[in-house]
Design a protein around this ligand. Sequence first.
Ligand code: HEM
Ligand code: HEM
Length: 222
Amino acid sequence: MSDPRKEHVLVWDIPTRIFHWTIVVLVAVSWFSADNGYLRMHLWSGLTLLALLLFRVLWGLLGSTTSRFTDFLHPPRKVMAYLRGHEKSLYAGHNPAGGWMVAVMIGVLLAQAVTGLFSNDGLHFTGPLALWVSDDVSTRITGLHGTIFNIIVVFIWLHVVAVGFYLLVKNHNLVGAMVTGKKHPHLVPAGLNLSFTRLYIALLLLALTAGIVAWVFFQGVP
Ligand code: HEM
Ligand code: HEM
């Protein structure tokens, strides 16, 4: 019989992994398209991101154990203890410091996508909800949209440096786990009991958030 302590353990469900690598691509596309004036492309990448982010919020409430906010948002005392190295527990999903970082990243990305809806390029292009506000407010929101993006870039750098630190200094390959979903048994708590939400629930939630975003899109169609 095979030794269970040698088999890699599934910790990340498929929806969370697909969510992660899709948002990586879409943030890059949003950046590229805004920088080069491809605003139709920018609209579509931004709206897709919005649907995925809304999905991730719902998945944080209803998804598999490691994807839930309750699993990775810990009280400040625990986060501080973890950062000071006083807390040696193993975590199947996000650790106490990473968990808050993830929540903040989802929050700022959501703020970026929502402000985009009210933005304009000063010429002919407007986000689908820009007509809901005055030109002046839309222009101010566009400024905010640019500022939030700078904040996002800082968070992405911190995120990639943190992941690199775990790989090179602590010898934890978190990236491999975000690809395959699996971690080495020595990196997860013993006697782990994770539950995985069924895939059709993820599809239903995604259909719901895509529907909301489609409705938003049609607000901008004359
Ligand atoms: C546009 C750039 C990126 C954004 C916006 C981003 C965002 C995120 C988010 C929101 C999560 C949480 C996943 C979830 O629970 O849903 C996450 C986790 C993660 N990301 Fe990224 N990410 C980016 C780039 C990268 C890159 C380039 C790498 C690899 C080098 C990476 C590696 C990881 C890993 C390993 C995790 C899991 C961390 C853990 O185990 O706690 N990310 N990322
Ligand atoms: C939800 C849909 C979105 C819409 C409708 C939208 C719309 C816009 C508009 C109208 C502009 C002004 C373009 C110009 O001045 O030429 C803009 C700029 C920009 N957007 Fe978006 N956006 C959206 C989502 C996003 C997302 C999700 C990101 C990145 C994660 C992003 C990143 C940027 C950047 C980097 C700029 C340039 C800012 C600057 O020049 O200061 N947008 N967007």
